[in-house]
Ligand binder design. Structure first.
Ligand code: ZN
Length: 276
């Protein structure tokens, strides 16, 4: 099955949890090693990576724009990944990666990926105390990109390390994100998270109608066993016409659809609602 994959989503966190032992030099070496490993393993496949909260040094810290001092700024990691990810991503993604570690690209006509740096919402990112107003103007950018995607009738997958709604994601950021998803629920066909190490999914509801499911974020778990997990990844099959997840093929059928056959996610939304 792995030989037939079209592309890979890597949802972040490469650096170990030894937060007290990180450094720019060691993190840089590890990141380069692992991105190289992805290249060697998935030859001729595109990997779409995002940043985790463990990638910077100090861990969790993403400094705001305008902080230029070398000993404070985390600009170095944006410069690093803009270069490392260029083996997979087009030149046009570099501008926003260097600005804040996020990007968008059209995979093929009608299907777009928007990759976020949601680590700015993590409450352990102490820079939020200094400036918590839409770091890197990322949510404003997200709205504009989704607006354009809607106008172009594109479907979008959103990659985001910290699952919005996670207890340690800044509530204001999370609330704004949820409003955006609600507005563009017909454009965002799936989301993919990392961070929790769990094989799980999160269901988004319409804020004005708690019976109405509007979106789902999937998490394929982690390679690390930390803490008490089996190493894990997940293979998804996506409907080529509308980029929605085929639950029957993805091993999620029993969870979502006991009696339905060959329905993709949006087609099976009533069944999702009933199970939840
Ligand atoms: Zn994480």
């Amino acid at each position: 099955m792995l030989k037939n994959i079209d592309f890979v989503y890597y949802t972040g966190d490469i650096i170990s949890h030894k937060s007290w032992a990180t450094s720019k030099e060691e993190n840089t070496k590890t990141l380069k090693d692992i991105y190289g490993k992805f290249s060697d393993t998935f030859k001729n496949k595109t990997v779409y990576p995002i940043l985790g909260n463990h990638e910077p040094h100090p861990t969790d810290f993403y400094s705001p724009e305008g902080v230029r001092q070398d000993y404070l700024s985390t600009q170095w990691i944006f410069e690093l990944v803009a270069n490392e990810w260029s083996r997979w991503l087009p030149e046009g993604t570099k501008e926003t990666i260097k600005k804040g570690g996020y990007y968008t690209l059209l995979v093929k006509p009608g299907f777009r990926i928007i990759a976020l740096n949601s680590n700015v919402c993590f409450t352990s990112n102490m820079w939020l105390v200094y400036d918590d107003e839409d770091p890197y103007h990322q949510l404003s950018w997200l709205v504009k990109e989704l607006q354009k995607a809607e106008q172009q009738k594109e479907k979008v997958h959103i990659l985001s390390h910290i699952p919005p709604g996670e207890v340690l994601c800044h509530k204001q950021w999370s609330n704004q994100f949820h409003k955006i998803i609600n507005r563009f629920a017909n454009t965002v066909s799936a989301q993919f998270n990392g961070h929790t190490h769990s094989d799980e999914f999160r269901v988004f509801y319409n804020p004005d109608d708690s019976n109405r499911v509007i979106n789902v974020a999937f998490n394929g778990a982690s390679f690390t066993t930390f803490v008490g997990f089996n190493p894990n990844f997940r293979v998804y099959q996506v409907n080529s016409s509308n980029a929605v997840i085929n639950l029957a093929i993805c091993g999620l059928k029993k969870v979502f659809m006991d009696d339905a056959e060959d329905q993709d996610f949006l087609g099976g939304i009533e069944i999702v609602k009933n199970v939840i």
